[in-house]
Design a protein. Structure first.
Length: 202
């Protein structure tokens, strides 16, 4: 059984993976990125890196095939449909960032199923950037959430949805506290409309 692995859900082009690679020099790293365009760049950046496994899959609460929505700004691509764009604060350069340019089927995997499939006993660090689906990713761990030590997840701070079905920070924190985690630190982003929150298992 593999122990103390690192998982990146929503790896984009591998910026975080590259940082994780040096921070956890002995850990196996699994990076999920369902966006076709972005995954090709991720492969170019990290496809030959030892200890890194790249997966062109999404993570969600069901093992299934579902639609993925690629946006003008690839970093905004998601299983969830963007909504409320008229209320978002964004720069002039990003005014069309959330426009959908393509939708296609992707494989979705529950994390508890993935841990079983890969014979992973424990996770040292789980980073999630699933654009409105972070809580679903956490729920997909089921009872295996207790085998994860540190989790970085994102939630909105606005009183309106940024993606269909996304969660507010308070909902995310409540869920994590109930699961035995405490908030270690947090950082606002996207003009203070979203927040990355680091949790540690008690």
């Amino acid at each position: 059984m593999k122990e103390n692995v690192v998982i990146d859900v929503g790896a984009y082009i591998g910026i975080t993976v590259a940082d994780i690679y040096h921070k956890y020099p002995t850990s196996m790293i699994y990076a999920f990125e369902p966006c076709r365009t972005t995954f090709h760049q991720l492969q170019r950046n990290l496809g030959n890196a030892p200890r890194v496994t790249l997966l062109q899959e999404a993570v969600d609460i069901e093992n299934t095939i579902t639609k993925f929505h690629e946006t003008t700004a690839k970093v905004c691509a998601s299983l969830a449909l963007p909504c409320g764009s008229d209320k978002w604060k964004k720069s002039e350069n990003d005014k069309n960032a959330f426009d959908i340019v393509d939708s296609y089927d992707v494989k979705c995997t529950r994390l508890d199923s993935f841990l079983e499939r890969e014979q992973i006993k424990s996770v040292e660090y789980l980073k999630i950037d699933a654009q409105g689906r972070d809580l679903n990713v956490l729920k997909s761990l089921g009872g295996r959430i207790g085998d994860v030590k540190n989790i970085l997840a994102e939630a909105r701070l606005t009183d309106f949805n940024m993606y269909e079905g996304d969660c507010h920070r308070d909902e995310l924190v409540e869920f994590m506290v109930q699961k035995g985690f405490d908030v270690v630190s947090s950082e606002k982003q996207t003009f203070d409309q979203e927040e990355n929150i680091l949790f540690k298992r008690r």
